[in-house]
Design a protein around this ligand. Structure first.
Ligand SMILES: NC(=O)c1ccc[n+]([C@@H]2O[C@H](COP(=O)([O-])OP(=O)(O)OC[C@H]3O[C@@H](n4cnc5c(N)ncnc54)[C@H](OP(=O)(O)O)[C@@H]3O)[C@@H](O)[C@H]2O)c1
Length: 302
């Protein structure tokens, strides 16, 4: 298969490497040119403009977007539009709001271009070695791309969820769950850190990763970070992110679903911008571990 990728950031570049490893041809475009050069070195066909990008793809084109939600997706689609043809399939693999995805699919359908919304989970590791995908949009377009889903996902890691928006709706719920899980780990480890005992948090996280009912990949990542910062002293507790969680909470209100865990997690996340906490430090570390999300190291340690 020949696949075009737009957005060669942390996720897009790892996906490119994963597809190349499986001998798929990849046409690579990125807003800033350095990433395109790097992609060429990794065996991709470089494209320095959207017209060159589209000309390098056979019809019907398969195009994967891996750019931030919101304005970036609209900007890329606007730039692509004059170069697209009937039957092309665009996949938004980023964390877009599902309502935006429905709107985009409708607009592109007028030009007979198909639009699939694909929730991507598994962080940078998943992008590089096989992700978990929840896909929405026309079933016919989804079915045409079965070899691609198999190439992108880990075994058993993709699902057709329903019509336009369904894939990103599912990813929004996934992120709502993720926020709560992170907050729970953060709080639990803060309680451990403040215990009247000299507890080894790294060893606890690592032991809990073997057989405990709270074992998970998030906990394994926590254990890994705690190995180099066992008292959670080196990193700032500023967490970042929050957009998809707030969408999930708004959706919950609209659908009369009570989500107090998500609500508390979001409040804690927002408060973390101004108030450092042990809990926030662990969450920032874990997010860095799965998604490469930025962390700030603390200048002074207490
Ligand atoms: N990181 C994760 O763990 C993770 C997991 C699942 C899903 N996602 C989603 O996947 C998408 C990509 O995430 P990422 O972590 O790879 O982000 P990233 O490392 O920040 O990369 C973003 C990419 O988008 C491009 N971009 C940004 N604004 C643009 C614009 N206005 N027009 C054109 N291109 C633009 C950037 O180009 P430049 O190089 O020119 O800045 C870069 O290539 C996001 O929707 C994210 O929410 C991320």
């Amino acid at each position: 298969m020949r696949i075009g990728i737009i957005g060669l950031g942390r996720m897009g570049f790892n996906i490119l490497l994963h597809l190349r490893e499986q001998k798929h041809a990849v046409v690579a475009y990125n807003r800033s040119k350095d990433a395109v050069k790097k992609a060429e070195q990794a065996g991709a066909i470089p494209a320095y403009s959207l017209s060159q990008f589209c000309n390098s793809l056979p019809s019907p084109r398969i195009i994967l977007l891996m750019v931030p939600a919101g304005l970036a997706v609209d900007a890329v689609l606007k730039g692509l539009k004059p170069h697209l043809s009937k039957g092309d399939i665009i996949i938004d693999g980023g964390n877009s709001n599902y309502v935006d995805s429905i709107r985009r699919a409708k607009a592109l359908a007028r030009s007979h271009v198909h639009y699939l919304d694909c929730g991507t989970s598994g962080g940078l590791y998943g992008a590089r070695h096989g992700a978990c995908l929840t896909i929405g949009g026309e079933k016919k377009s989804y079915s045409k791309l079965l070899p691609l889903w198999k190439a992108l996902a880990c075994p058993g890691g993709f699902l057709y969820c329903g019509p336009s928006g369904a894939g990103h709706y599912v990813k929004m719920a996934h992120n709502g769950i993720e926020y709560g899980l992170l907050q729970a780990y953060g709080e639990g480890f803060e309680l451990l850190r403040k215990a009247p005992y000299r507890l080894r948090l790294d060893k606890i996280a690592s032991t809990w990763s073997h057989g405990s009912v709270i074992r998970s990949w998030l906990l394994e990542l926590a254990a890994e970070k705690l190995r180099t910062d066992s008292k959670l002293k080196k990193v700032s507790g500023k967490i970042g992110g929050g957009e998809t969680g707030s969408w999930a909470l708004q959706e919950a209100a609209r659908r009369h679903v009570k989500m107090p865990v998500l609500s508390a997690s979001l409040s804690a996340r927002r408060a973390s911008a101004a108030h450092d906490s042990v809990s926030g430090r662990l969450i920032a570390y874990i997010r860095n571990g799965f998604g490469g999300h930025e962390i700030a190291m603390r200048k002074k340690t207490k």
